[in-house]
Design a binder for this molecule. Structure first.
Ligand code: HEC
Length: 498
């Protein structure tokens, strides 16, 4: 088999050559950041592709379809959160990789072009963060992108062009989402995959750079299995961290973008905090310094480093200027990031409008679907009452939102004087038979709930909802909003419906 494959493709030899490579200076944990970045990139591609199965890029559906993923797609919240934390992980790992290469002097001759391609990758990954940020189309996505687009527009000469290209109109809307979607899902990833290939191809050509010393290394480690083992361990650890974050701190989604919310304080992604802080440190009339001049100089120095740094040595002790400059830059970036985080937190605390996520980390424990009733029906059109023949278990929260919330309130809190609360109501959590009969046949006459008398009419549901739906909605009201009572089955309802 292998010989056949060899004669037709040469792939076995290629793999053997790749694996039997020597690691100059011995295997080391210093070299793991590049491959870890690559692993996370793969996670981003896979989760990203699955997200496009559901995501609908338009101002009428972007937020709704995102919410749909959280609410109705199997493991949807986990999927979004993997993608969300994967983005951060990729930027952290890529930065570590960059710093390691910088410190080891691995960008020096003959690896100049590998460095340049790496820096380009860095910029394009950051731009992925920017374009992906808009797509959920929540308040923060909208206003933070507005800020970013306005900054782009302020760049001399090309600014207006960039602005019109990105926003595709005078306001942010469906056309803007289309532009960002195209860039985020097609253009930039295609470019990234190509550049990653080029990066690895050049790596293969020059071989590994090895430790930061000027003499050729005398000791060699084995790439396979030793270095591969170390990199696999790291990859597993990285994946574990991303999974834990996705499970315990699911990506937050705020309320839908609303251009009229003038109180909302947007925040960029944390990896743009440094740029944002810079912007805030300069007065308005000098805004070109933080938006164009400083980032421009920084990018150029980074790109041209192999030629700007004429020092041939790779030993840290012989490179005082580079070491000082790196420490100062990293210190400044971290410092401004912290400064920026502080202003953003203070401003958000002063104007909390819209900051509470509707789903994800920080959302209320029991988000009520009633808040999204009109939206949920876009994703999964709820069958007209009574027509549900589906075999799948109906969702109690959804049935409640569509049939009961209008009177009993989105959170079961009722309406003073008119409709009794169901939250904290001992009748609801009491004898299931009575609750079933109430919902089946309706209720009228005076009832006492939490010391208050209600005297209204509760409609009968036996002709409008199936037994399964009634069981689901009763199970829901007996377990939501702090209520704790056992579930009710369709069979129990059926028995009482006769
Ligand atoms: C048109 C408004 C309205 C809708 C819609 C409605 N209810 Fe009611 N519900 C009432 C009123 C009014 C009462 C109190 C009746 C009374 O005063 O006798 C009540 C009472 C109840 C009670 C008894 C509470 C108690 O402590 O006695 C339960 C349980 C209940 N509703 C569940 C539901 C469920 C489940 C739904 C959705 C399938 C629903 N209701 C939809 C108006 C409504």
């Amino acid at each position: 088999m292998i010989e056949w494959l060899e004669s037709r493709t040469g792939i076995p030899t290629w793999i053997r050559n790749f694996l039997t490579e020597d690691v100059p200076g011995g295997v080391s944990y210093w070299y793991v950041f590049g491959s870890a970045t690559l692993i996370v990139f793969a996670i981003q591609i896979i989760t990203g592709i699955i997200l496009t199965f559901y995501y609908q890029p338009s101002s009428l559906t972007a937020w709704e379809s995102t919410l749909f993923i959280y609410k109705h797609v199997y493991l949807g919240s986990f999927l979004i959160s993997l993608h969300y934390w994967g983005a951060s992980a990729m930027i952290v790992l890529m930065s570590m990789h960059l710093l390691q290469v910088l410190m080891f002097g691995a960008y020096k001759k003959p690896r100049e072009l590998q460095w340049v391609v790496g820096v380009l990758l860095f910029f394009f990954v950051l731009s992925m963060g920017l374009t992906g940020y808009l797509l959920p189309w929540d308040l923060n996505a909208y206003f933070a992108t507005q800020v970013a687009i306005n900054i782009a527009a302020s760049v001399p000469i090309v600014g207006p062009f960039i602005y019109h290209f990105l926003s595709d109109g005078s306001t942010l809307g469906t056309l803007t989402i289309g532009r960002f979607f195209g860039l985020h899902v097609w253009a930039t990833p295609a470019l990234l995959v190509g550049l990653v290939g080029l990066h690895l191809f050049i790596f293969k050509h020059n071989g590994a750079a090895g430790p930061p010393q000027d003499e050729p290394p005398t000791r060699f480690g084995r790439f396979y299995p030793d270095q591969v083992y170390i990199e696999t361990l790291t990859a597993l650890a990285v994946v574990a961290v991303i999974v834990l974050l996705a499970v315990f701190m699911p990506a937050p989604l705020l309320a839908k973008a609303d251009p009229n919310n003038s109180q909302f304080v947007p925040a960029p992604a944390w990896y743009f905090y440094a740029l944002y802080g810079l912007l805030r440190m300069f007065p308005q009339n000098l805004s070109l310094v933080p938006t164009v001049i400083l980032p421009g100089i920084f990018s150029l120095v980074l790109l041209l480093l192999p030629w700007l740094d004429r020092n041939p040595s790779r030993v840290l002790a012989r490179r005082p200027y580079l070491v000082t400059l790196t420490i100062l830059s990293v210190g400044a970036i971290v410092g401004i990031t912290i400064y920026s985080a502080k202003i953003i937190a203070a401003e958000q605390a002063a104007s909390p409008s819209g900051q509470q996520p509707v789903v994800g980390y920080g959302a209320p424990r029991n988000p009520s679907l009633a808040d999204f009733a009109p939206i949920v029906s876009i994703g999964s059109p709820a069958p007209a009452p009574g027509s549900m023949a589906s075999a799948a278990a109906p969702a109690g929260d959804q049935i409640f939102a569509q049939n009961c919330a209008s009177c009993h309130g989105a959170n079961g809190q009722g309406q003073p004087g008119a409709f009794p609360p169901l939250a904290g109501n001992s009748y609801v959590t009491g004898d299931p038979q009575r609750v079933i009969l109430t919902v089946l046949n309706g209720l009228h006459g005076a009832v006492q709930v939490k010391g208050v008398t209600y005297n209204g009419v509760m409609p009968a549901w036996k002709d409008k909802l199936t037994p399964a739906q009634i069981a689901a909605v009763i199970t829901y009201i007996r377990s939501a909003w702090g209520n704790k009572a056992p579930a009710v089955t369709a069979a129990q309802v059926q028995a009482l419906a006769k």
